[in-house]
Design a protein around this ligand. Structure first.
Ligand code: XCC
Ligand code: SF4
Length: 648
């Protein structure tokens, strides 16, 4: 499919992507060309009704007041479909979290080659939050007990997941009141699959309550454990400077792209890539060095801790290969397009799958088995170097790159605000209370080929910082604004005066990169710490904060949006088709219904400016409810009174 040149800018806001599209043979199929020819199926939209294929009497396409063969209504089907998406998203994050817990146990036993416990204080904190008695135990013993307890959070049959306790007390009460506190991660996912099976739960609200419980088991369970344990094994991030975009590929070096979501093998590859014998090996093949770069959330993980360049987000993966400069792309799990298998046949790039959970036709499988990390990382680097001489096509690396600062964890935010001896969220709370910061907006989630690549992320981020909202980001959204060049302290020029004064004082960008998709759990932790610091209400739902997934595509985003809403946060999603568009009842439950019960909601919009306006309104309403702006007025009135008194 041949595209017109001027179409490129409507396809992507990323200059490097436009350059690639312009310089690529018309017969190369990419997600962008396919999106022109393959239109989304209209089922699910208001006009077309919804589709259920949960039993062999269907698929039933249901519209208006009709039902499926079994009598299932439109709302039941819409709720069931959404619940299954959420379960799949929660499963993806949580299965990743589980692997991290297994790894922790192996590392404690000294059985995970190349891995050890790097952040002991964080391990001790997690152990305490999991209720482990750490007295008189070695760090290895604590690690083993922590791993065991973390794993029991997946499969236990009694009680509830431990890290719910990190939420403010009032929030925990709400979860208990509405009976949505997750019991264990796997159990909630299994129960969602059961309840949405033919002929089981047929009440839309009850189905969605179970979806909420499942999503909470992701946010406060699988993802939070994943983040904590990754920090324990690879270090809790601290800010660092790096560069981003395709321009970070190097024409004269061996380029290795790490892609997916699990940081383990990739952390090791990045860590050893400058070892002398490997660099010499690459030199022997004619390369000047070994350049490890990343895509998607594996990139975010390794960026946060080692400063490895993210060369792109979700929609950049094919483009990286099309530069002809990538010797090897090693993928693990999630967000890896199957098209890479076919595409790599046209270039010299070796595609390597490393997880037993994700094999791709056309790829070489080199399995990461936890115990073989170091050996495998070496093999992979050497395989890449061996491939350096095989570059077929002319190398086409767009000269596009930007600076960025990443690496914000809640531990670091505490520290940077208060200094080593007075670590605290107080200055942030004060900044919000005195209005220099109007609120906190999390702009997170994917790219979507149905939406101009990066456009909504960048637009919203700029609009919010301009209006003094501190923006926090994860996932592909974070890579988007980084590529756009606004994830640096210099970007404070684009921020409003209030936000700018804080960024200047603390030396931070107005947009904070908090990591990968599982690291959305960091936002929950930060929000809970802000509440505990005081002055901004007693619950997460009191905070002047909101979440937006403006270019979402993955089921994981639905789980994230739902756990934020159920934690009391207003969440807006954009894009069409909206998965529950055809059911007014389901949309009402997720907005009014959840607002009443949980204080948060999940709302869909087709228009990005509507999101901007709505989020501003929601946050301003929260400010009003907190009466923080009223306080300022009173000071002015007092001054006036004093002046009057003096005149008398
Ligand atoms: Fe995937 Fe995490 Fe989405 Fe990007 S943002 S497309 S999930 S890589 Ni989470
Ligand atoms: Fe149709 Fe009901 Fe079967 Fe769904 S479960 S396919 S609505 S008969």
């Amino acid at each position: 499919m041949v595209m017109d040149k001027k179409e490129f800018t409507s396809i992507s806001e990323d200059e490097a992507i436009c350059h690639m599209l312009e310089n690529t043979d018309a017969d190369i199929s990419t997600v962008f060309t396919r999106s022109q020819t393959l239109k989304p199926c209209p089922i699910g939209s208001a006009a077309s009704g919804i589709c259920c294929k949960n039993c062999a009497m269907g698929p039933c396409r249901v519209r208006d007041d009709k039902t499926g063969l079994c009598g299932a209504t439109l709302s039941t089907i819409a709720a069931r479909n959404l619940a299954r998406h959420i379960a799949a998203g929660a499963a993806a994050h949580s299965d990743h979290g589980r692997d991290m817990a297994h790894l922790l146990a192996l590392a404690a036993d000294g059985k995970a080659e190349g891995l050890k416990i790097k952040d002991e204080p964080k391990l001790l904190r997690l152990a305490a939050d999991l209720g482990i008695d750490i007295n008189n135990k070695s760090i290895e013993e604590v690690a083993k007990l922590t791993a065991e307890k973390a794993l029991s959070n997946f499969g236990q049959q009694h009680g509830e997941i431990d890290l719910l306790k990190r939420a403010p007390a009032k929030r925990q009460d709400i979860w208990h009141k509405y009976n949505v506190a997750p019991r264990s991660i796997d159990r909630e996912i299994v129960e969602t699959m059961h309840r949405t099976n033919m002929g089981v739960d047929q009440d839309a609200e009850n189905i969605l309550d179970q979806a909420v419980r499942t999503a909470l088991s992701d946010g406060w369970g699988g993802s939070m454990l994943g983040t904590d344990i990754t920090d324990i094994l690879f270090n809790t991030p601290v800010p660092l400077a790096a560069k981003t975009n395709l321009g970070m590929l190097k024409a004269d070096e061996v380029n290795i792209v790490i892609h997916g979501h699990e940081p383990t093998l990739s952390e090791i590859i990045a860590e050893i890539s400058d070892e002398k014998d490997l660099v010499e090996y690459a030199a022997g093949k004619g390369a000047k060095g070994i350049n490890v770069v990343g895509i998607c959330c594996t990139a975010n993980e390794v960026l946060m801790r080692q400063g490895v360049a993210p060369i792109g987000n979700f929609l950049s993966q094919e483009m990286a290969i099309m530069t002809g400069a990538v010797e090897l792309m090693v993928v693990d799990i999630q967000c890896i397009m199957q098209s890479l298998g076919e595409l790599t046949k046209k270039y010299h790039t070796k595609l390597v799958t490393s997880s037993p959970k994700a094999k791709i036709p056309g790829a070489i499988h080199m399995e990461f088995k936890e115990v073989n990390g170091l050996t495998l990382a070496r093999e992979i680097i050497k395989a890449a170097a061996d491939n350096f001489a095989n570059r077929k096509t002319k190398v086409c690396i767009p000269e596009v790159k930007s600076d960025l600062v990443a690496g914000f964890s809640h531990e670091y935010i505490r520290y940077m605000l208060g200094g080593k001896f007075r670590e605290s969220f107080r200055p942030l709370n004060d900044g919000i209370i005195d209005g220099r910061i109007q609120g906190i907006v999390a702009i997170v989630g994917c790219n979507n080929a149905r939406i101009t690549h990066d456009k909504y992320h960048n637009y919203l981020a700029k609009e919010f910082i301009k209006r003094d909202y501190l923006v926090v980001q994860t996932g592909c959204g974070a890579i988007s604004t980084a590529k756009c060049g606004i994830m640096t302290p210099e970007a404070m020029e684009e921020a409003g005066d209030g936000l700018r004064s804080i960024c200047e004082a603390v030396g931070i960008p107005p947009i904070l990169h908090l990591g990968s998709c599982v690291d959305n759990s960091r936002i929950l932790t930060i929000a809970s710490e802000i509440v505990k610091e005081g002055g901004l209400g007693e619950d997460l739902s009191d905070l002047p904060a909101a979440g937006i997934a403006p270019e979402w595509m993955s089921e994981k985003a639905l789980s994230i949006g739902t756990y934020f809403a159920a934690s009391g946060v207003y969440v807006a999603f954009s894009g069409e088709p909206i998965p529950v568009e055809s059911s007014e009842e389901v949309k009402r439950i997720m907005t009014e219904g959840w607002r009443t019960k949980f204080g948060g909601e999940l709302e869909w919009f087709a228009d990005i400016d509507q999101i901007l306006e709505k989020v501003i309104n929601v946050i301003q309403e929260k400010r009003k409810a907190l009466k923080i702006d009223v306080k300022k007025e009173r000071v002015l009135m007092d001054m006036e009174a004093r002046r009057t008194m003096q005149n008398v």
